[in-house]
Design a protein around this ligand. Structure first.
Ligand code: PLP
Length: 394
């Protein structure tokens, strides 16, 4: 068996220089995987810095309003920095420190992963550089300021479409150029091995906690675990401990943007085909020439043209299901949860909620759905106001 793959997906499709960096990383990761002192340090920070375990909250009022299955929210929005991203960043930065690196770099789209990385770099007293598409630095000026406040340098990437995929390319180049002192913190369960496996291992705490918490609350496993899909890290974290529990349906929701039959979507599983990009074999949205196509979603965190290799395999073997929710459906879910439970969800997480709003009423009252609330929605308020035709200052 090829340890770098999930079925036929994944691998290490990189040039020689990146390969030597990946070899060093794989070796170190495999070493710490079996080192209890590493996991003790990681768990201590999850608890005392990130604020874990996160709540599994029974959304009683929403459940009643929908009149069907019981809905539980896994509250990753309550973590420090406001999303699941901190789980992964803490793991990788501890690893970087143990590898003797003095500097961390990361790519970021909307800025959530960049802010999480800058936060943990500050905590560890490490130098930090964040690569961000120039377009994104303008759209997300507030996050650029946050990262600088946390002591990071932000590099505006001007190549290609000046967005997330170009930021990944630049970060990869920088990593190779300064491999002696630099560690590259990838923000999702994607890229070449060992990243997809390592990021999953740092996010699986989500499903470990869900399992324990739902057994305590209900004495049984849920019928559905549902999460939104960008690169796939919060979803694989929420699914992982349930993969062998065949009674649990695993459902991933990607961004349908303006609709999967338009050019404005990021629905990789629905519309994508196999390709090799960013060092991995996976599904990607491509144009007729076989190039990676520009993607679109109201949610910057779901605006990526591919999906991580473990999800591609779970789909092909029929273990997980993937559907898409449009901008309109996500915005509706954003408003419904805010009013019904007093919880403002991230617009990314609202895609998963949109599926729940549709499915729960069709299910009987003895069924249970757990939805991963990957982040909080404060960051999205101004954008959604604009979407609804109200102009706020940012
Ligand atoms: C980044 C982000 C996502 C998407 O990334 P995944 O790797 O697919 O989890 C989803 N929700 C929030 C709140 C995010 O910040």
């Amino acid at each position: 068996m090829d340890k770098t793959r999930f079925g036929i997906f994944g691998g290490q499709y990189v040039g020689e220089t990146v390969m030597s960096a990946l070899d060093e990383l794989s070796e170190q990761y495999e070493k710490i995987s079996n080192d209890p002192s590493f996991w003790a340090e990681y768990n201590e920070l999850l608890q005392n810095y990130a604020g874990r375990p996160s709540l599994l909250y029974y959304a009683k009022k929403l459940t009643k309003e929908l009149g069907g299955a019981k809905i539980y929210l896994k509250r990753e929005d309550l973590n420090h920095t406001g999303s699941h991203k901190i789980n992964n960043v803490l793991g990788q930065v501890i690893l970087a420190k143990r590898m003797g690196k003095k500097r961390v770099i990361a790519e970021t789209g909307a800025g959530q992963h960049g802010v999480a990385t800058a936060t943990v770099a500050a905590l560890f007293g490490m130098e930090c550089t964040i690569f961000m598409g120039k377009e994104d630095t303008i759209r997300q000026a507030l996050n650029v300021y946050r990262m600088k406040l946390l002591g990071a340098e932000v590099v505006a990437v001007t190549s290609g479409t000046q967005t997330l995929k170009d930021a990944v390319n630049e970060a990869m180049k920088e990593w190779v150029a300064r491999i002696q002192d630099t560690y590259y913190v990838i923000g999702s369960a994607m890229g070449p091995y060992p990243y997809p496996k390592m990021v999953r291992d740092f996010q699986k705490v989500i499903s470990q906690e869900i399992k324990q918490q739902i057994m305590q609350a209900e004495g049984r496993l849920p019928d559905i675990v549902c999460a939104c899909i960008g690169g796939g890290s919060n979803a694989i974290g929420a699914f992982y401990e349930f993969i062998n529990d065949k009674s649990v349906r695993l459902v991933g929701i990607e961004a349908a943007g303006k609709g999967v039959d338009t050019d404005l979507h990021a629905a990789t599983m629905t519309k994508g085909t196999q390709a090799i990009f960013h060092g991995m074999k996976a599904y990607f949205v491509q144009n007729e020439q076989g190039n990676i196509a520009p993607v679109y979603s109201i949610s910057a965190g779901l605006d990526y043209p591919g999906v991580g290799p473990e999800h591609c395999n779970l789909r092909d073997i029929g273990r997980a299901e993937y559907y898409a929710a449009t901008d309109d459906q996500a915005v509706n879910a954003f408003e419904v949860l805010s009013r019904s439970e007093g919880i403002i969800p991230a617009i990314e997480s609202s895609h998963a909620l949109a599926y729940v709003l549709e499915q729960a009423p069709k299910m009987s009252k003895d069924k249970i759905i757990v939805v991963n609330l990957s982040g909080r929605g404060d960051k999205d308020v101004a954008h959604i106001a604009r979407y609804k035709g109200e102009d706020l200052y940012e």
